[in-house]
Design a protein. Sequence first.
Length: 259
Amino acid sequence: MKANTVKRALQAGERSLGTMIFEFPTTGIARIAAEAGSDFVIYDMEHTGWSIETIRALMSTSRAADLVPMVRVPATEYHLISRPLDVGAMGIMVPMVESEAQARRIADSGRYPPVGRRGAAFGVAHDDYTGGDIIAKMNSANEDVFLIAQIETAQGLESVDAIAAVDGIDCLWIGHFDLTNSLGIPGQFTHPTYLKAVERVLDACQKHGKAPGIMAGNLADGEALLKQGFTAMAYSGDLWIYQTALRQGLDALRAVPNA
């Protein structure tokens, strides 16, 4: 089984930096991201409409890249968690986690017995079509799967300590836009209520030994968040990175004086 270098780095107290993919499901996107230095990519199924067939194709190429491929699923349902794992995802991000029971369902769905209830299939995509000892494979998969619970509602914030305490949840990831929406302060990331919420999530992660994660839309925000204590970070997403770089280049060219 392929080792999850992101999980191991975060468990050792190191940082792990990657990006999110929303728009470009090309066969080379993971290798492009890896060449740029990404430790991981998270492919989004929550907002893109991508099917499991799209994810399957992405995993078949992403697993060959020098990074960890993960998937954000649209909801806390067993089949939405287990199927991306079976086709090769090495981590799962689940949105709108609001209770200890929901966190336990995620942990159970993502891990094999005796610690979970993930259905068993071997010699398929997730173990690279190989044979071998299935007990060793299950143990390895349980050790290396990376399960992320997104804290992005007022209810999730209230339950954050109980969510963080669940064995099998590896990372609490703040969904900053949704969290401000739920708190009644949409997009107000300097509002005292939001800043207090961030500290509450960081405290829960520190208390229970979980990695705190977040997405940064720009370098200034990313630097500030890393200094604040976040260790898992996605630097923006494919469409925004492309759009920003294209705009900067075109603006610079348009500013060149006519000959």
